[in-house]
Design a protein around this ligand. Structure first.
Ligand code: F3S
Length: 406
């Protein structure tokens, strides 16, 4: 049986709302046919990825401009993933004017499409907060994981064009994680070691993601240990190492208590040692020198920035220290004096950007330290830097001394 469309959806597919909407509806319906969806669903919000000019290039920018020229506009609240540079501070950081201008052109194309142009991978911290059970279309693996798992919203891991098509049509095809039957846990993970720090949660996520192979994990043994920031780290790590888009934590996440949440044919995994994750993520570190410390992957909240200020205790940093966050969060941190406290130590609070999609080769760094397992997974291949992975405390000490102490 094929996909059934409403009269309104059929008209949009036939071009009644213009060529831009028709193109978007063709993408949504095309995906629905590939995944054997029976109908479309209205979406409450969209998170679009594919923002850095480094990834899009001229072809991607042209694609966005053409869509905007066809009068396509988003129909639901739509937010953007991080860009390649801080749109305000790129010059001070040393990024090239050429890249920054192209990046601004990308943002302008999204603005013409009606997208809110704050660029963050934590849109749920700046007002795009889906409700429990709400269907959304999000791209950005860590945000998808958070929306599905912690908020209990429903989204597949969209690509850039498919998310934008969902925003322009207000629809997504009903398949994958939009359906009850695909949200049951298929891998029970018994955690039998201490998981305390942010980097421990990232290490756990890294290990489980590598074993998950498209299964939905259900964690046992984390009750009472999970803050929101810990869940962000856990989900982001699993998304990076194993494309996990949904997980449940017994006693913590909203769908974990549902009857039959654990599929009868689930498999079991025991994690009793996080050491292998720390070893794997530090494997290519090279020497002990660190010239860039990166926190805020996923983008930091003011609580995380406050913690860095506390750990710095007024000391000057020898290496570069970057904390990436959303524009709105930086404004909040500016108002409360956190940005100037970080600045007084020689660090920076950066908005709208992510190191992984930045043109880092323009800056000449060699070794980056981070407490983010997702960052540590992607930085060597995407940013071309060596990586040190450890606790927030270790990273702040590395910023102060310029050296890693394990
Ligand atoms: Fe966000 Fe970039 Fe990390 S998109 S989750 S800061 S790799």
């Amino acid at each position: 049986m094929g996909i059934t469309l409403s009269d309104e959806e059929q008209a949009a597919l036939a071009g009644a709302l213009g060529p831009g909407v028709r193109k978007a509806m063709e993408i949504v319906v095309g995906l629905g046919r590939i995944y054997r969806a029976r109908r479309l669903l209205p979406v409450g919000s969209v998170q679009v990825a594919g923002v850095s000019y480094r990834n899009l290039g001229e072809a991607g920018l042209d694609f966005l401009r053409q869509w905007a020229d066809q009068s396509a506009r988003v129909r639901v609240p739509t937010t953007l993933n991080p860009a390649g540079v801080d749109l305000r501070l790129w010059r001070e950081l040393g990024f090239s004017e050429s890249f920054a201008r192209h990046q601004e052109a990308v943002i302008e194309a999204y603005r013409r499409l009606g997208v809110r142009t704050t660029c963050t991978c934590t849109p749920y911290m700046v007002g795009n907060v889906p409700r429990l059970g709400e269907h959304v279309a999000w791209a950005e693996s860590s945000a998808v994981s958070y929306a599905n798992s912690v908020l209990g919203a429903r989204t597949n891991r969209e690509g850039g064009p498919s998310a934008l098509a969902a925003a322009i049509t207000g629809r997504v095809a009903a398949y994958g994680l939009h359906l009850d039957e695909n949200r049951r846990a298929t891998l029970r993970v018994s955690v039998r070691c201490a998981v305390r720090t942010l980097s421990d949660f990232g290490a756990l996520g890294y290990l489980v993601g590598r074993s998950a192979r498209n299964r939905v994990p259900y964690f046992v043994g984390l009750e009472g240990a999970c803050s929101e920031v810990a869940l962000r780290a856990l989900g982001a790590a699993m998304a990076a190492s194993g494309a996990v888009a949904l997980y449940h934590v017994g006693g913590v996440t909203p769908e974990a208590g549902q009857p039959d949440i654990l599929a009868p044919d689930h498999e079991d995994l025991v994690v009793d040692d996080l050491g292998p994750a720390y070893e794997a993520l530090n494997r290519d570190a090279g020497g002990d020198g660190v010239d860039l410390v990166w926190l805020g992957c996923p983008h930091a909240g003011t609580d995380e920035i406050t913690e860095v200020v506390r750990l710095l205790a007024g000391r000057r940093v020898r290496s570069a220290l970057w904390i990436t966050t959303a524009r709105e969060t930086r404004a909040e941190a500016e108002a409360s004096g956190l940005v100037s406290a970080i600045g007084a130590s020689g660090g920076r609070v950066l908005a709208d950007m992510c190191v992984v999609v930045a043109p880092m080769q323009e800056l000449g760094f060699h070794t980056l330290a981070t407490p983010s397992a997702k960052g540590a997974t992607y930085v060597p291949s995407h940013a071309g830097l060596r990586v040190r992975y450890g606790t927030v405390e270790q990273c702040v000490e590395a910023a102060v001394t310029g050296f890693w102490s394990g």
